[in-house]
Design a binder for this molecule. Structure first.
Ligand code: TXA
Ligand code: MG
Length: 308
């Protein structure tokens, strides 16, 4: 049997399949099966009251899991699906408590990666898929990352994820749109389509694990350092330091990775770079602070979480 039908069969049997998406790798399970989703949470080590994103091959399929679908959702879906956008909508009866964390809302996404699309088409239902990493860790952007970290029934290898950071999440379940997680699709792009302002997530918004303080974090403590302070900080830590920077530090350092100067290329590289430096056995990872411009919002968000 070829890979996709085999993977779909494993999902139907209640198994766990890791698959590539354009953002990061997902750890998939049948979203309508309580036992499959329970296995998913156990494999990730994730608290049971956290909601997951459910993935579909088409917007029509996705919207069956929501109710009172607002016009805003249809507009965003028409423009950005398939793609790196997750919509939080009021849930329909299909979205049970075990995928919503008991909330009255549900997270829906139609990914664009060809392997994900094929799998979802073949499975013909909703696939619950959090990022394929242990809870709290940096997300996986290659099949090798997943295999090294999780116990799963099957891994589809679709190469390195192109976007590299998790989808933008917009909550449309209340009266006004709220940005729960910045991503490759920017606030500006969303506001342009909606013709309204999008609010920032605050403590009143629904529970989302991406909103936890320390998340997307390497095991080695990481620190954000402004460009002008980088050399002094390296000197302070001596040999036991790893560095993520835009150019070679003046101060001698054994482990360092040069990061790209555009936010798209930086995001694509980020998690693999953090994982690589995490294996260097250093006492600290120093990360050069990226520019303040809005196009770096999603990266600054992930870096501030990685650095606690
Ligand atoms: O790019 C992505 O979104 C990847 C790929 C695999 O699709 N998935 C991903 O899933 O990042 P995960 O579970 O690691 O993060 C999903 C985020 C979490 O912060 C979760 O709490 C939030 O979405 N979320 C899901 N359903 C929600 C809901 N009903 N209300 C609020 N937040 C929700
Ligand atoms: Mg995650």
């Amino acid at each position: 049997m070829s890979e996709i039908p085999r993977a779909a069969e494993i999902l139907r049997a209640g198994g766990l399949v890791a698959f590539p998406t354009e953002t990061v790798y997902g750890l998939g399970a049948d979203a309508s099966s309580a036992t499959a989703v329970a296995r998913l949470y156990a494999a990730k080590g994730r608290p049971a009251d956290h909601p997951v994103i459910i993935h579909f091959s088409s917007p029509e399929g996705a919207f069956e899991w929501g109710r009172d679908i607002p016009q805003a959702a249809r507009k965003l879906a028409a423009r950005f699906w398939p793609g790196p956008l997750t919509l939080i909508l009021k849930r329909s009866a299909k979205a049970k408590d075990f995928v919503t964390g008991g909330q009255d809302s549900v997270g829906l996404r139609v990914p664009s990666h060809p392997v994900a699309r094929e799998l979802l088409r073949e499975f013909d239902g909703g696939v619950a898929a959090p990022s394929a990493n242990r809870f709290g860790n940096v997300s996986a952007t290659t099949a090798a990352h997943v295999i090294g970290e999780l116990n799963v029934d099957y891994v589809l290898d679709g190469g390195a994820s192109e976007v590299g950071i998790e989808s933008t999440i917009v909550d449309l379940s209340g009266g006004v749109p709220v940005l729960l997680r910045p991503g490759a699709i920017s606030r500006l792009q969303l506001e342009e389509i909606l013709g309204t302002k999008i609010l920032d997530a605050n403590s009143a918004s629904p529970r989302h694990s991406g909103g936890l303080e320390r998340h997307y974090a390497p095991r080695t403590p990481a620190l954000l350092v402004p460009p002008h302070a980088l050399d002094a900080e390296i000197a302070k830590h001596g040999d036991a330091v790893a560095v993520l920077a835009f150019s070679r530090p003046d101060e001698r350092v054994e482990y360092w990775i040069r990061m790209p100067r555009t936010p798209q290329a930086y995001a694509q590289r980020l998690y693999a770079a953090l994982r690589e430096l995490d294996t260097a056995d250093c006492s600290v990872i120093l990360i050069e602070t990226p520019p303040q411009a809005a196009e770096w919002d999603a990266i600054r968000d992930r870096l501030s979480r990685a650095t606690g």
